[in-house]
Write a protein that binds this ligand. Structure first.
Ligand SMILES: Cc1cc2nc3c(=O)[nH]c(=O)nc-3n(C[C@H](O)[C@H](O)[C@H](O)COP(=O)(O)OP(=O)(O)OC[C@H]3O[C@@H](n4cnc5c(N)ncnc54)[C@H](O)[C@@H]3O)c2cc1C
Length: 473
């Protein structure tokens, strides 16, 4: 019997048959959304924490490498196996359930495989939501592991800021469970161990349950497209909006002209609010409130007024403001990724700098690209309110050389952009997507040695045999 067949037989003895994925059904689990395509020794889908612990114990006792997967929507190749064919892939999307939705505490305790959409559907019936908002439907465990940010991070923060409790299974032969689901908003009684599992891609343990903070569902939103008078004006406008609108400001997304043009070109049903004269750069500003209409009946008008005529007059930094239906403006933003993907080869970057430095970074990067990589188009967009920029570049289809010629240019390009971000502007090569095999090389290059040594020591402590995941921190 081959090692793989022996493993399958062992797992069949440990788990309910529904937890076993037949080899012919494995490929969708082995292919990542953007990067990562490997081959698993086997794919298992436990439905309970007891089943998960049985698998972890089996792996640890038999020195079998394993990898945890949620919704597989990660963008750094961290949720799919390598190509050795030796790793066991543990998909958690059957381990679902909202165990408690506590309206008085404004919190929910959920199993790790539960989808964000399921949490929000349940919370909405109480006028609540988990407001980490993004274009995918991840699992709560995956969100903890990647510390998801999203478009409304400016207002609500990332997962870390909304995590009240956690339960994890450790990679040891007993599959030890560590639990703190008390959900206290204040607790300085010692080391807050749960933070070590946030944003570390499952390298230290497997999230099985989380207690998350819910927020009041915005009752009304309005949005505007704000055209800055020059790139340098952007941070001043954001600060001005924060002062004028306080908590009402729920998102501030940047969209470059090329990014918007790609969206309009490939999505003809989109309404072009600029009548064909797309500005260089636009801010999509969203305002929302959970205050009932009975208390503030004219809020929509007030918000529109605040970002419309009032600000245009008040600030020389703003060239124009278009107020409209939020859905129309978000449709442009959400069509960009697809639009640019249809325009050529996308070379994606998920960078962040201090938001006050974003204009200087963009200017320096645009100048460097124009001189050293003139064939490349900049189609960036992203969460500029928190300093993030999907600084995505497109090599237009009409100019694409063969793959072998492209590869070294793209490598040089990545190095040049990341050097500029990290060394030139003190920023990061991974704003919100994490490390993963796709970014391992940049982690090794840019993370300072003492920080890498500390992370490495922690990882060896949690995963003595190096069995878990496919990233070395
Ligand atoms: C269209 C699109 C838009 C996106 N937009 C954003 C965005 O705006 N902001 C953002 O931050 N991200 C964004 N993402 C990235 C992605 O959705 C997030 O990283 C998400 O949180 C991943 O969750 P997942 O359940 O899909 O995890 P997976 O992709 O399955 O796994 C991601 C990592 O988490 C680990 N992991 C998964 N579950 C567990 C668990 N229970 N315990 C321990 N480790 C675990 C995996 O091993 C892997 O390392 C986007 C992705 C797509 C496809």
């Amino acid at each position: 019997m081959s090692a793989r067949s022996a493993m399958m037989a062992d797992l069949a003895g440990l788990l309910d048959h529904r937890a076993l994925v037949a080899p012919e059904d494995a490929p969708p689990y082995e292919q990542g959304y953007r990067y990562g395509a490997g081959c698993a020794a086997s794919v298992v889908r436990p439905a309970s924490i007891a089943e998960l612990r049985a698998i972890v114990t089996y792996c640890c006792r038999n020195d079998i490498g394993f990898l945890v997967q949620g919704a597989n929507s990660g963008l750094v190749g961290a949720s799919t196996p390598d190509d050795s064919g030796d790793q066991l892939l543990i998909n958690l999307t059957r381990m679902t359930g909202i165990e408690e939705l506590d309206v008085l505490d404004r919190a929910a305790t959920v199993l790790a495989g539960t989808r964000l959409s399921a949490v929000n559907a349940a919370a909405a019936s109480h006028q609540l939501c988990f407001p980490i908002d993004l274009g995918a439907d991840p699992t709560i465990g995956g969100m903890v592991a990647t510390n998801t940010g999203g478009a409304r991070m400016l207002r609500y923060g990332d997962v870390r800021r909304n995590l009240l409790g956690l339960e994890v299974v450790l990679a040891d032969a007993d599959a030890t469970i560590v639990t703190d689901l008390a959900g206290l908003r204040k607790d300085n009684s010692g080391f807050d161990w749960k933070q070590i599992f946030v944003g570390t891609g499952g390298a230290f343990g497997i999230v099985t349950r989380a207690r998350i903070e819910l927020h009041h569902l915005p009752q009304r939103t309005t949005a505007a497209l704000v055209v800055p008078r020059g790139q340098e004006a952007v941070p001043r406008i954001i600060a001005l909006l924060e002062t004028a609108l306080g908590d009402g400001l729920t998102a501030c997304e940047g969209m470059s002209r090329n990014a918007m043009r790609a969206a309009f070109d490939h999505h003809p049903s989109l309404r072009d609010p600029f009548g064909g004269r797309i500005p260089d750069y636009v801010l999509l500003v969203e305002l929302g409130t959970s205050m009932p209409e009975a208390i503030l009946p004219d809020l929509d008008a007030a918000l529109a007024e605040a970002i419309g005529s009032a600000l245009v007059g008040a600030s020389p930094d703003i060239e124009d403001v278009l107020v409209g239906r939020p859905a129309d403006f978000w449709a442009i933003r959400h069509s960009i990724s697809d639009g640019i993907a249809r325009s050529g080869q996308v070379i994606a970057f998920d960078i962040a700098v201090q938001r006050s430095k974003l204009p200087a970074f963009r200017s320096a990067a645009l100048a460097m690209l124009a001189s050293d990589f003139p064939q490349i188009q900049v189609c960036d967009f992203g969460h500029c309110g928190d300093g993030g920029d999907h600084f995505n570049l497109v090599w237009p289809t009409c100019d694409l050389p063969p793959e072998a010629e492209r590869r070294p240019v793209i490598e040089a390009l990545r190095g040049a952009i990341y050097d500029l971000v990290v060394f030139g502007f003190g920023g990061t090569y991974s704003a919100e997507h994490g490390v993963g095999p796709h970014n391992q090389e940049y982690y090794d290059r840019y993370k300072p040695e003492p920080a890498r040594a500390l992370s490495g020591r922690l990882q060896s402590m949690f995963d003595e045999k190096g069995l878990m995941g496919n990233v070395r921190l």
